[in-house]
Design a protein. Structure first.
Length: 249
């Protein structure tokens, strides 16, 4: 990123885990047990978190569909305490997709206030998501009643390139008609989201709702309510304040 005054014109968001909560551990337990994989909700939640962190640090070098199946094979195997076959993980993924087809995902409690604050400051909004397609992302946002604020949606399934490849961020920036240094990105994965966006020249933050907000590489926040505050601090050219405690009140 270039030096000098910063003006953030565009704010880009990840989708799942950032704007909407796709997790349904109780429902997933039922789907797993239908396939004779005996897991509990706590075990599944812990396994999901651990595998998500591991994959963020070392992304799977697979196409999206194969990567999703491989991810869930690792999660189910860890949760069940035994090796689960790829075919079983594939059937599990198909059942998850079927149950999610028309289901509105919960919106995190900090989303609407964050979007309203950014809109009031006349910042343009977009999405960069590792997802099946742009149409799928639009449908999820529509069912969640948060589609309207977003000017552009860039999906890995439509683009043929996925995070953490910086190219997907470059495409989003180009389509918004701004420079990378005029763009801020926030997502819930440290490497796949925040570090990858920074590698493409964007300002970025890692949304870690269960964290401390103390990490600086990448910059860690614990609520989306911190996004407008961090951006204003960047534009002032001063030190980004410790706003985590304030935003959680």
């Amino acid at each position: 990123m270039t030096g000098g005054p910063v003006r953030i014109r565009v704010v880009l968001f990840d989708l799942g885990g950032t704007l909407v909560d796709e997790r349904d551990f109780s429902g997933w337990v039922g789907l797993a047990r239908e396939l004779f994989v005996d897991v509990g909700p706590d075990e599944l939640a812990h396994a999901f978190s651990e595998v998500e962190t591991a994959v963020d640090l070392d992304p799977l070098a697979l196409d999206r569909e194969a990567a999703v199946v491989a991810f869930w094979r690792r999660v189910l195997s860890r949760a069940a305490g035994r090796e689960v076959e790829s075919a079983t993980a594939d059937r599990f993924c198909n059942r998850v997709r079927a149950t999610q087809a028309d289901k509105p995902f919960p919106v995190f409690s900090d989303v609407r206030r964050c979007l309203a604050s950014l809109a009031a400051e006349r910042r343009r909004l977009g999405i960069v998501s590792n997802s099946t397609s742009e149409a799928t992302v639009r449908a999820i946002l529509y069912r969640a009643s948060i589609l309207d604020p977003f000017e552009r949606i860039v999906s890995s399934g439509t683009e043929g390139v996925a995070k953490p490849d910086p190219e997907i961020f470059r495409r989003a920036v180009a389509r918004m008609g701004v420079r990378p240094e005029e763009t801020f990105y926030v997502g819930n994965l440290a490497q796949t989201d925040a570090a990858a966006a920074a590698a493409a020249g964007l300002h970025s933050a890692w949304l870690h709702r269960d964290g401390t907000g103390l990490s600086e590489n990448p910059r860690e926040i614990t609520s989306l309510l911190e996004v407008p505050l961090v951006i204003r601090a960047l534009e002032r050219g001063g030190t980004v304040p410790d706003v985590g405690a304030r935003s959680r009140r």
